[in-house]
Ligand binder design. Structure first.
Ligand SMILES: [Zn+2]
Length: 255
């Protein structure tokens, strides 16, 4: 009797997580029109894989807890799709930039006094983090027409150049410009960590957390629910369950 009850709980817990995953990765994105047909097909295929993983241990009398791995495919596929899309977009962006650069260089050939062309080329080099070249084109633009917005670009580029050459570094905590040879921020005492990788992780943290949340926390969640029903009177456990489901759905709906 207990075993049936227990199995039901187990299945219910895993299915709730799968349901949230399906909502989060497919339904929500479909509503926001942030899902291509190919992506939807891949997600639905892997949802079927997930369900197979969940059912497999029951059918072949294996340890039913293996079914917990059914919550892994969707977040994993999401992470893979995101990185593929990211690489594709960056490549496309580079191709577009190259075309624009060629067009603007051609414009300068025909109209050597075209300020906009110099600024546009400067912007492209700036975006590529080629600050020396960017500065050169901004300065040429400024020579043709001395405008405040060009001066502003020159100032920003000069600062970026100083950062790139490690003459100064900007404190991520208080935005103060510190001399390059100092490790601790002069204003707030923040200690510099000079690792690009660390900074990347900080920027992508939100996405990473969202993806790994399910993989890491979901099993704990299921164990928590089971413990809840073992320890507490069923009606109390039920109230807590409904509350948590409500809060979880609210959390994902407002994300
Ligand atoms: Zn600081």
């Amino acid at each position: 009797m207990f075993e049936g009850f227990f199995l039901g709980l187990w299945l219910g817990g895993v299915l709730i997580i799968l349901g949230i995953e399906f909502y989060y990765y497919v339904v929500a994105r479909y509503i926001e029109k942030d899902l291509t047909t190919l992506e939807a097909t891949i997600f639905i295929f892997f949802l079927l894989v997930s369900i197979t993983i969940l059912i497999f241990p029951f059918r072949y009398n294996k340890n039913i807890f293996l079914g917990i791995f059914s919550i892994v495919p969707l977040p994993l596929v999401d992470l893979i799709i995101r990185s593929v899309v990211n690489v594709k977009e960056k490549t496309q962006q580079r191709v577009d930039e190259k075309k624009q650069l060629q067009n603007w260089l051609y414009t300068i050939e025909k109209q050597p006094e075209n300020v906009n062309a110099y600024v546009a080329i400067g912007d492209i080099y700036f975006h590529r983090n080629e600050f020396e070249k960017a500065l050169d084109f901004y300065q040429r633009a400024q020579k043709i027409m001395d405008m405040p917005y060009i001066m502003e670009k020159i100032k920003i580029t000069e600062k970026e150049l100083k950062i790139k050459n490690k003459i100064i570094w900007v404190c991520p905590e208080c935005s103060f410009d510190n001399p390059g040879d100092i490790v601790k921020c002069n204003v707030c005492g923040y200690t510099k960590i000079d690792k690009g990788l660390f900074r990347d992780i900080k920027y992508q943290k939100k996405d990473l957390i969202k993806g790994l949340l399910f993989i890491l926390l979901a099993p704990l969640g299921v164990i928590f629910f089971i413990a809840l029903y073992v320890v507490m009177p069923p009606y109390l456990a039920l109230v807590i369950t409904i509350l948590i489901i409500y809060l979880t759905i609210r959390f994902f709906l407002t994300y």
